[in-house]
Design a protein around this ligand. Structure first.
Ligand SMILES: Cc1ncc(COP(=O)(O)O)c(C=O)c1O
Length: 384
């Protein structure tokens, strides 16, 4: 007999993520994998050389709990330059094992039993389970296809005495939309005079198109003073597998964040931190990232323009949404599985990002791929 004979799951509705499912299916059927969000190209050779150098220079033991200080200092300089925001590297920046860990830690450090957290759906899949594990309750404000813009009147209706947190994500995964100055003003209006804490997930800050300026909460002092800002080196430097990110927050929030961080991670791999500190000395690499991905977006959009898919606006991230309503009336999950099996291209169904699985016949392609990969995928997509 197994012991314990029954486990009362803390996350009874959570199964294997769609990303694992679709990547496995793509592999099984030898399909081109445009499902999971990762590049199929290598990081910059300087970054690879620097991580090797760090290893040979004996940066192989525990890094400081809050992160390698020169890296935090370099990040503070970058934030000052980009967003005119002074951040103390000693007390307001913590290096984390990726953006997902930073989100989890931020949520657990402030959310208690019965606290309410407002999320925008479709939402990145880690937010709601982290809230539930902390005993909180996720309230969803749906973004409606095809614009996926925030309806601030609806947000207002969800705010109450129990609201402890609002989580925003810009540029937004999976929709590719971007919050503008009006959105930030509305967020300020709603939170001003309250104790609401914000998580601002900005992991795609350098992947934003057509000259649009990224509206980091760090640009807005009244928002910055109540925010955990989440970032990921994985997205900016094509190193999703290295799992290094960071959290910027005012001292009082960072103090609570680090109390949790030190007992579930303690410190993050040292050699990657040393290498990221070196690569940050080359600002063109992040300043030119938007142009790099815009070229990929434009190439992919042109290549599938003649297909039967209807393409949605993509203002940022490396994801392209497309509607297949002219092709099939299957549910989106069934459609992507059949597309992977029979047509050789894997994508992600958007319904999985909604709590109630809202299905608008929309799927997500990841275009962080070599041009050759995109070309082969587009040829198959145009035959569907
Ligand atoms: C919106 C969003 N937030 C956070 C993350 C997590 O970043 P990391 O891979 O550094 O954990 C991702 C990764 O896909 C993401 O899309």
């Amino acid at each position: 007999m197994n012991f314990p004979s029954t486990i009362n799951s803390k996350l009874p509705t959570v199964g294997t993520t769609i990303f694992t499912t679709m990547s496995a299916l793509a592999k099984e059927h030898n399909a081109i994998n445009l499902s999971q969000g990762f590049p199929d190209f290598n990081p910059h050779p300087v970054l690879v050389a620097e991580i090797e150098k760090a290893m040979r220079s004996n940066f192989n033991q525990y890094a400081p709990m809050a992160g390698y200080l020169p890296l935090r200092q370099k990040l503070a300089e970058k934030i000052e330059k980009l967003y005119s925001c002074a951040v103390d590297p000693e007390t307001e920046i913590t290096i984390t094992a990726g953006g997902t860990q930073a989100i989890f830690t931020a949520i657990v450090s402030v959310i208690r039993e019965n606290d309410e957290v407002i999320l925008f759906a479709p939402a990145y899949d880690s937010y709601a389970p982290a809230i539930e594990l902390a005993g909180g309750k996720a309230l969803f404000c749906d973004l409606e296809a095809p614009e996926y813009k925030i309806n601030w009147q609806n947000v207002k209706k969800l705010v109450s005495q129990r609201t402890k947190m609002i989580i925003i994500n810009t540029p937004h995964n999976p929709t590719g939309t971007v919050m503008n100055a009006f959105d930030m003003a509305q967020l300020d209006k709603i939170t001003r005079g309250t104790d609401i804490v914000i998580i601002s997930d900005e992991v795609y800050e350098h992947i934003i198109f057509d000259g649009i300026e990224h509206q980091s909460v760090l640009r807005f002092p009244k928002l910055a003073e109540r925010s955990f800002v989440i970032n990921s080196f994985g997205k900016t430097y094509h190193t999703t597998g290295w799992k290094v990110g960071y959290c910027i927050a005012p001292k009082n929030l960072t103090t609570e964040f680090r109390k949790v961080h030190q007992f579930n991670v303690f410190s993050v791999n040292s050699i990657a931190q040393v290498a990221f500190n070196e690569i940050l000395k080359l600002p063109d690499l992040y300043l030119e990232l938007s142009a790099f991905y815009q070229q990929k977006r434009d190439y992919f959009q042109r290549a599938i323009q003649s297909s039967r898919f209807k393409l949605f606006n993509c203002e940022g991230t490396y994801f392209q949404l497309a509607s297949y309503h002219k092709i099939s009336d299957e549910r989106d999950l069934e459609f992507v599985k059949r597309m992977t099996r029979d047509m050789g291209v894997a994508a992600i169904p958007i319904s999985v990002f909604y709590r109630n699985n809202t299905d608008n016949s929309v799927i997500r392609f990841c275009f962080a791929k070599e041009e050759e990969t995109l070309k082969r995928a587009a040829e198959l997509i145009c035959k569907i």
